[in-house]
Design a protein around this ligand. Structure first.
Ligand code: F6P
Length: 323
């Protein structure tokens, strides 16, 4: 291979820039040129390619977001869109593609692989919902950001004797919520994987109040049936029974932005390097990510389309700890 391309797709994640930098520099070390694709698959279809050099990726390792831009691209879900993307790459002499992104992005990547185009992936999403991996790129930073917010909320909650519903991202996966709740010492956690009765949550808040707690924090995953807004709406008629006053904070995109942690910089760097090595050694259709204490490659066929489950023991532990 003489020329490859790299793109970031779907929701951005801290550490993506470290992965881009690594792809460009490892490829250059093998005498391979890298084209950066603007705005994910939309840029692939439009042929929005820019040559990247070892110098052009200087200084980006510590930056949040993605210098290539990212997007969700419905057109790429069609066979015609994908054919056009392949035609664009062929017209620009691109022989291999690295896709940095989460589940939806890697589904598109697998489609390209099945159409015979050489691809590799980097497992990247703050949701940590990719099957097969222990931790995807961006999770560590997002978790630390959510925790910092939770610590701040706890201090004001305590001063005012309030209960807070704190909503965290994660799409249909409760991983971020569960880890934020455990590491942040929350009183309760609500995740999509477990059916939660809001009356039961209210009862537990009341009990916490009666036990003399100065605050109560419920971490709610955005994908739960009762997300923060719906839970608060359900409580509204019985607020006086909670004991605490109630407030709601939705952390939202704050969790996706900001400087990547040391772990995410390392993970992005090692995964980007592995993705290039996979392409250059002819192992197509694999994705690199964190598994069992190191970066490993899994076939996209095994990763895409499967659901990642939460560890039931960790779920149970969260309940035990909230006393
Ligand atoms: O997949 C990452 C994620 O941040 C999810 O946690 C969230 O549901 C979604 O993206 C938000 O997407 P958007 O940035 O398009 O609103």
């Amino acid at each position: 291979m003489k020329r490859i391309a790299v793109l970031t797709s779907g929701g951005d994640a801290p550490g993506m820039n470290a992965a881009i930098r690594s792809v460009v520099r490892v490829a250059a070390a093998h005498g391979v040129e890298t084209m950066g694709v603007q705005q994910g698959y939309a840029g692939l279809i439009a042929g929005a390619f820019t040559p990247m050099t070892v110098r052009s990726v200087g200084g980006i390792i510590g930056m949040g977001g993605t210098v290539l831009g990212s997007a969700r691209c419905p057109e790429f879900r069609t066979e015609q869109g994908r054919r056009q993307a392949i035609a664009q790459m062929q017209a620009h002499g691109i022989e291999g593609l690295v896709v940095i992104g989460g589940g939806g992005s890697q589904t598109g990547n697998l489609m390209l692989h099945r159409m015979g185009f050489p691809v590799a992936g980097v497992a990247s999403t703050i949701d940590n919902d990719l099957y097969g991996f222990d931790q995807t790129l961006g999770v560590d930073t997002a978790l630390n950001t959510a925790l910092e917010s939770l610590d701040r909320i706890r201090s004001t909650a305590s001063s005012h004797h309030r209960a807070f519903l704190v909503e965290v991202m994660g799409r249909d996966c409760g991983y971020l919520a569960l880890m934020t709740a455990i590491a942040g010492g929350a009183e309760q956690v609500v995740v999509p994987e477990v059916e939660t009765n809001p009356d039961e949550v209210a009862r537990e808040l009341r009990q916490a109040y009666e036990r003399g707690k100065s605050h109560a924090i419920v971490v709610v995953a955005e994908g739960a049936r009762y997300n923060a807004e719906r839970m608060a709406a359900h409580f509204r008629e019985h607020l006086d029974q909670l004991g605490f006053e109630l407030r709601v904070t939705v952390l939202g995109h704050v969790q996706r932005g900001g400087t990547p942690t040391a772990f995410d910089r390392m993970l992005g760097t090692l995964s980007g390097a592995m993705a290039v090595e996979l392409l250059l050694s002819g192992r197509y259709g694999y994705i690199a990510g964190w598994l069992a204490g190191k970066v490993q490659a899994l076939p996209l066929e095994e990763v895409v389309g499967h659901k990642r489950e939460l560890d039931p023991k960790v779920l149970q532990l969260a309940e035990v700890l909230a006393q």
